[in-house]
Design a protein around this ligand. Structure first.
Ligand code: PGA
Length: 264
């Protein structure tokens, strides 16, 4: 009997530095990450999303390495009189690969609706940046049983604005708001349950969309990463606090390598 090849998605680990960093500290961190990832198997992809002013520094230090860099947001507009905004095309000028869109901190503190997030995803795709579309419920929403309704609506708003071909090029990050920066990660079962739901929503958009990378984010640490990454529908992580410490970030990347082997 011929053995059917097991479907295997590679793992992706992306650091989200948030509003942290200074030139000198960034250099040490970026150089350590670029060096550390050399030891990882090829089926683990690694990225870092840095504050806008540090894109040039990141490009200079990571160019030629296997680490992909990106921004944490882009404007919903292409260009124009939008003081303080940064266009996706400007980010792409620095050979970036990713743009996080719809992070819960942007939704909560800057009033971004899912429609605005969808426009941002479109702007990113138009300049060949991969949008990392974040979705996630608050504690109150989880406790009232609204998790799937909330994350489903957040994802659907983006999918509705994209063609099937475009949707196949995104990354989705499930980040429960109550788990971000709290030290209280979702359990692997809780995360897998939501990921399976999101996977089905993606598959409903089109067969090519079913396999977009689905990252988990929210208090991922070296101690819980392997267990999370072992889950069938968790393709990696979006890492906040732990991405600022080279040892922790590289340990999480190594856990993804182990998870990729188990999944295969
Ligand atoms: P955290 O943040 O890992 O610090 O919880 C994750 C994120 O907000 O992307």
């Amino acid at each position: 009997m011929t053995k059917q090849p097991t479907k295997q998605r590679s793992k992706l680990v992306v650091g989200n530095w948030k509003m942290h960093g200074r030139l000198a500290a960034n250099a040490a961190l970026l150089e350590a990450v670029a060096r550390g990832v050399q030891a990882l198997p090829a089926d683990v992809r690694v990225g870092v999303c840095v504050p806008f002013p540090y894109l040039a520094q990141t490009q200079a230090l990571l160019g030629g390495s296997r680490v992909v860099w990106g921004a944490q947001d882009v404007s919903a507009h292409e260009q124009g009189a939008y003081t303080g905004e940064v266009a996706a095309g400007m980010v792409a000028d620095f050979e970036a690969g990713f743009a996080i869109v719809g992070h819960s901190e942007r939704r909560a503190y800057h009033g971004e609706s899912s429609e605005v997030v969808a426009q941002k995803a479109q702007r990113a795709l138009a300049v060949r940046l991969t949008p990392i579309v974040c979705v996630g419920e608050t504690l109150e929403e989880r406790e009232s049983g609204a998790t799937e309704r909330v994350v489903g609506a957040q994802l659907d708003a983006v999918l509705a604005a994209l063609s099937v071909e475009e949707a196949a090029c995104i990354v989705v990050a499930y980040e429960p708001v109550w788990a971000i920066g709290t030290g209280k990660s979702a359990t692997s079962e809780q995360a897998q349950q939501v990921h399976a739901f999101l996977r089905a929503r993606l598959a409903a958009k089109g067969a090519q969309v079913a396999d977009v990378p689905l990252l988990y984010g929210g208090s991922v640490k070296p101690e819980n990463a392997a267990e999370l990454f072992r889950q069938a529908d968790i393709d990696g992580g979006l890492i906040g606090g732990a991405s600022l410490k080279e040892g922790d970030f590289l340990a999480i990347c190594a856990a993804a390598a182990a998870g990729a082997r188990v999944a295969g």
